[in-house]
Write a new protein. Sequence first.
Length: 657
Amino acid sequence: MSDLSTARKEEPESYSAKDIEVLEGLEPVRRRPGMYIGGTDERALHHLFAEVLDNSMDEAVAGHANWIEVSLSTDGYLRVTDNGRGIPIDPHPKMPDKSALEVIMTTLHAGGKFSSKAYETAGGLHGVGISVVNALSERVEVEVARNKKLYRQCFERGFSKGPLEEVGSASNRRGTSVRFKPDPLIFGEKATFKPKRLFQMAKSKAYLQSGVEIRWKCDPALLPPDDSVPAEMVLHYPNGLADQLQEWTSSKSLVTDNPFTGKVDSGKSGKVEWAICWTGQGFGEFDSQVRSFCNTIPTPEGGTHESGLRSALTKSLRAYGDLKGVKKIAQITAEDVMGTSGTLLSVFIPDPEFQGQTKDKLSTAAAFRLVENAVRDRFDHWLAASPKEADKLVEWVISQSDDRLRRRKEREVSRQSATRKLRLPGKLADCSSNSPEGTEIFLVEGDSAGGSAKQARNRATQAILPLRGKILNVANASSDKLAKNQELSDLSLALGCGLGKKFDLSQLRYGRVIIMTDADVDGAHIASLLITFFFRQMPKLVEAGRLYLAMPPLYRISAGGKTVYAMDDAHKAEILETEFKNRKIELGRFKGLGEMMPAQLKETTMNPDTRTLARITLPDDPNVSPADLVETLMGRKAELRFRFIQENAQFVEDLDI
């Protein structure tokens, strides 16, 4: 018996303690900016402005500031100034050799918003906002006017360029001024602030706090040619969200003559403000427009506060309809109520919980109850006080409900063969088009990938069917097993064209059938099993060129505001050599489709304008029998696969395990 230890290849010590990096200070932010601001693209660049502006807004919300000045200059610097209390400049108790200002600017998770002592409600929660701006800026200059004195400290790429200095008197001034320029090493040489985007962001903040003025200034040389941005303007809206709603709907006909607006201050529980109207004209490409905020932070993905609003409006309308004896009122849903609305919602709550540092979605459970309780009572009164308006709104919402039910019935009739036996609610996310032409169904691996795909799809033409893991290998399964397999049964029902001898291509309900699995070995195995199924049970579908394989990327490579996706390791190496040579990159590896953001999945794999599809075809070589090849690779006889591997091993150039 041989000694296995002698056959074992000696491994070099390539991984040891010296390979463990400890990132200090703000280096983690510069290494992985995506973790803190979502990437290095234009949206992330302008997120820096949002972080600085939010600090000034927190001062205004707390009642310590009543104006904020935003100024953009041709040298690329953006300045945000307020007349609040000013960042503390005295030595920090835990770091007596540094001022509180320097600690805030150079230390992650340092700030005054972890408790309610300095701010009852605030947009900043993690103590990373301004320090992240500092880390990702080429230069930051901070001036603080406190105690009738003016102080200044400068930073470059996260590091202090000297101690805090007293630079003069400030007898008629107080507050904080932050002047900064994004680092081209992070965002790219051509990355600059867009005046139009900055102006809209500032305007949105002014609507949210009726007691604050935002003084906008922009160098005329930077203004866009369409006159959409003024050189100077004072943004002040005494009626808050009601003023913004009026601007939105000034050119639209409304279902009710008056919008539903209001404010409620529930003390320590929080504050709620809303402005809602209904219009049949839609909002651009959308039927409805819903914008929500928490502590002045935009929440584009909604959250618990939006859910509370939907619940309150729906319950009130149902109660009003019941009181009036409206027969169809019980059928309305939140979708019918909100589907054609223009809605603005703002909440101020202590200790909000968001999903991620970029705070796109609110998850605080108490926000649901706060909004529902505040809005429900006021909406009940609004409906009762204006019966004619209320009747018009109820009639409109019921018409939306009738349309929804009619569309659903049409889909059920046209797709009855596909949906009548599906037992998992929502398993098949169907498209709305009734014609196979131009439609496609994605067969995805698991519910996680299915969830991302449903958000990324075009609902009109793209259907999603999640499959549970690896399906049955039909090449070595009995007909009984095939008939009893639920996954394949659901698949055949969704396609609607039958199996085997009962297959009818004219009944195929989609123009394309696309297999979309993870870009790894397991994904390739699942794709192989599905291709085998189609070849054995629906060969004419393959022959007609209706079967495709999606090509999701394996890597995301970013640097300087530019993002490129790589399909595999070889493609990654090529991109690094040709497009990012000698540049510091941010590299992300997608472990599966479920880990991709819906926007990334749409851009790389599902959008017909930007994706790559591989069509599954049969070999043209008359000497190659597809049936024999499938039997060899997927059939019952393992010895055939072993022989195939032996005979073809010489053609494998590189096997990356």
